[in-house]
Design a binder for this molecule. Structure first.
Ligand code: OOG
Ligand code: MG
Length: 256
């Protein structure tokens, strides 16, 4: 039997070498969701052992557009490290990824610990600031195809994120227009309301789901609420500029 640690090594090495691998469930056909989260935790432990630091969590498949794009309809989560953070306005190197895509998100930064079943008011009280964000997702699986346990084991495709300017936690982000442009051409148009009707619900889900794994949202953690639109594939030379109503712009350029 393949150990969970061996599976963690497969996804971790695929990510660090930007090499696609077959889905884990092709060989481990009965990989459970719990085991998949254990694989994810072990893969992050390998990153931590290389010096990467905790940066927070990402929520995934919190909008219908995202669920439809990847054919999985369950809210999932993953872990962020400092090495995944990219500089807003800067460059993204295409060569470091297998088949990267970008998607518009809302980021929360946590000011007070939060875990378990909490109300929206409690969650908001734990938020220090809110920002527009872009997530770079990059499934390590061939053709960006996976089942629910596969994607969870692969840290829910997380591979990078850009954060724009922080706004006060009282900023109303329940229904903000979002426009993603590539080289001045619109490629995605949406609203933050696509994220579970209101992105705060994604934070509630984060508090609930990480608690199930014995963890909690800690001060300083960034929580990405999940893509509001389908994700857009990246190729060298593109300039990505996403405008979030009332929150500002998050942009970057793709290099080889
Ligand atoms: C899975 C990760 C989903 C989101 O924001 O919905 C995600 C994927 O699409 O590869 O990050
Ligand atoms: Mg995402």
């Amino acid at each position: 039997m393949t150990s969970l640690a061996a599976l963690a090594a497969i996804v971790d090495e695929a990510a660090s070498s930007a090499t696609a691998v077959p889905q884990l469930t092709e060989t481990i056909t009965d990989l459970s969701v719990d085991d998949a989260y254990a694989v994810q935790a072990l893969s992050i432990a390998r990153r931590r052992a290389r010096g990467e630091r905790r940066a927070g969590y990402k929520m995934g498949l919190t909008s219908r557009a995202k669920m439809q794009q990847v054919g999985v309809s369950e809210i999932i989560w993953g872990r962020l490290t400092d090495a995944m953070r990219l500089t807003e306005g800067g460059e993204l190197s295409r060569a470091r990824y297998v088949h990267p895509r970008v998607e518009p998100e809302i980021a929360y930064i946590i000011g007070r610990p939060l875990a378990g079943e909490v109300s929206a008011a409690e969650a908001l009280a734990a938020v220090e600031a809110i920002a527009p964000a872009l997530e770079i997702i990059d499934s390590r699986y061939r053709d960006f195809k996976f089942t629910l346990p596969d994607v969870i084991a692969d840290n829910s495709s997380s591979s990078g994120f850009f954060v724009g300017s922080w706004a006060r936690p009282s900023a109303d982000v329940s229904n903000l227009g979002i426009l993603m442009e590539v080289d001045g051409r619109p490629v995605q148009i949406g609203s933050s309301a696509a994220i579970l009707g209101n992105p705060i619900r994604s934070l509630l889900a984060a508090a609930r789901l990480v608690a199930r794994a014995g963890e909690r949202l800690e001060p300083g953690d960034i929580v990405l609420a999940g893509g509001a639109t389908a994700a857009h594939p990246l190729t060298p030379g593109q300039h990505i500029r996403t405008t979030f109503q009332a929150l500002g712009i998050v942009a970057f350029t793709v290099i080889t």
